[in-house]
Design a binder for this molecule. Sequence first.
Ligand SMILES: [Zn+2]
Length: 122
Amino acid sequence: MCCLVEALGGLAGGAIGGIAPDVLEPAISPNHRKLAHSVATAGAISLAKVAEWQDMCRRRGATATQTALSCAAGTRERADAEFAAFGWSFLAGFIAGFFAGYASHLALDAVTARGLPLWGLG
Ligand SMILES: [Zn+2]
């Protein structure tokens, strides 16, 4: 169950990360690529501690699952713990998907005629 939830989180994160640069800087002019589309942002994304954040989410999800299993079926505490476990698993996937989607957007934009600005602050 947790793997399926994490995969769904990755799917959602990839879809949202993939469009995020153009949501932040809509393609309403040929020069719309600024900071969100820059080489600097691509570098910052590459430094993100995605695996570390995923591990943290998975650990918290496992703790929530253990809490849920220790609660009696049908109680509010169990439902809350199950919801937390679901959320942490979803977030573990979402993080990886978001950064992969964002990076792939920048990679594809980089090979176009206009490419990416270095900083995009001008
Ligand atoms: Zn773009």
